[in-house]
Design a protein around this ligand. Structure first.
Ligand code: C2E
Ligand code: CA
Ligand code: CA
Ligand code: CA
Length: 278
């Protein structure tokens, strides 16, 4: 038992060390990646569930790594947050989206694009003015932008969140709570925050046809959202059965592989032209 114990300890230590190594490597490479513009924004369609029309997209960052190829955000967002690179990454994404929206506007295309914002970003004193700045410099209407904050981030300091976000919403930027249903929120508090949209977490959506409990969670969120006047976006819709269920229970918008994976801007542009509501 003793040797097992020490073996386990050794394993745990090297595991920790390996993780520290990984973080250090990612940190150093990520700094370079930001300088070298190796990060790109992909766009995943958001559709109206009733007719499948494309409304816009969620902007999802990717890393075109020189040797590892396309790297997803799950591999580096947490490190960026921990080492203080997330603000730089966040403003890079925001500027890239604004430039893209401006380019689309020049072609008469006006998709609404949702951008993910992490805790430290929205706690910056100049968070709001930074967004207004980027939008006005690129001539993008505020109504083209949606900001997504996870439920846990929004609820960390609800009073401050409400105060920080109010000017954005007043100017027409739409505010969404991401991963809704995963954060054990106090509903009374949520309703006092200036949000327009609830995004139902994929973990419930992907099980809503198979699993009774998930079905109840989704149905309950949808009915609550309707009664409180929120728009709803179901995340991770992959099947026709899920689409039918969500539609029947009054979900307004959806996102998921059924409608389109995250894709490079030119591909999204072509799909949007094809499938937007005229
Ligand atoms: P999220 O905001 O919840 O984004 C949705 C994730 O679900 C995306 O993963 C998307 O590719 C994936 N997804 C969408 N539809 C489906 C589906 O039908 N099936 C399955 N299996 N997955 C689906 P992705 O792109 O890997 O992003 C992961 C997370 O990274 C995001 O989760 C978000 O929290 C974070 N993230 C991405 N871009 C940014 C960014 O620019 N800034 C910040 N702060 N976080 C970001
Ligand atoms: Ca999101
Ligand atoms: Ca989400
Ligand atoms: Ca998520």
């Amino acid at each position: 038992a003793r040797s097992q114990g020490s073996g386990h300890f050794c394993f745990a230590r090297s595991d920790l060390a390996a993780r520290a190594d990984r973080r250090l490597a990612i940190e150093q490479e990520l700094r370079l990646a930001l300088e070298r513009n190796e990060l790109v924004v992909f766009y995943q369609p958001q559709v109206d569930l009733r007719d499948g029309a494309f409304i816009g997209a969620e902007a999802l960052v990717r890393w075109i790594h020189p040797s590892r190829g396309l790297v997803g955000p799950m591999e580096f967002i947490d490190v960026a947050e921990d080492v203080g690179l997330i603000d730089q990454l966040g403003s890079y994404v925001l500027q890239s989206v604004a430039a893209q929206l401006a380019a689309w506007g020049r072609k008469g295309l006006y998709p609404k694009v949702a951008v993910n914002v992490s805790a430290s970003q929205c706690m910056q004193p100049d968070f709001c003015s930074g967004i207004f700045d980027v939008l006005s410099k690129s001539g993008v209407p505020t109504t083209s932008l949606q900001i997504e904050l996870t439920e846990s981030v929004a609820m960390r300091d609800p009073v401050r969140t409400a105060r920080e976000l109010a000017p954005l919403r007043a100017a027409g930027v739409r505010l969404a709570i991401d991963d809704f249903g995963t954060g054990y929120s106090n509903l009374a508090t949520i309703t006092r925050l200036p949000f327009d949209v609830l995004k139902i977490d994929r973990s419930f959506v992907s099980e809503c046809v198979r699993d009774g409990a998930s079905r109840v969670v989704v149905a309950t969120i949808l009915s609550m959202a309707q009664n409180l006047g929120y728009q709803t976006v179901a995340e991770g819709v992959e099947t026709e059965l899920q689409r039918e269920f969500l539609l029947r229970y009054g979900c307004t918008f959806a996102q998921g592989y059924l409608f389109g994976k995250p894709m490079p801007a030119p591909e999204f542009e072509a799909a949007f032209i094809e499938q937007r509501r005229i």
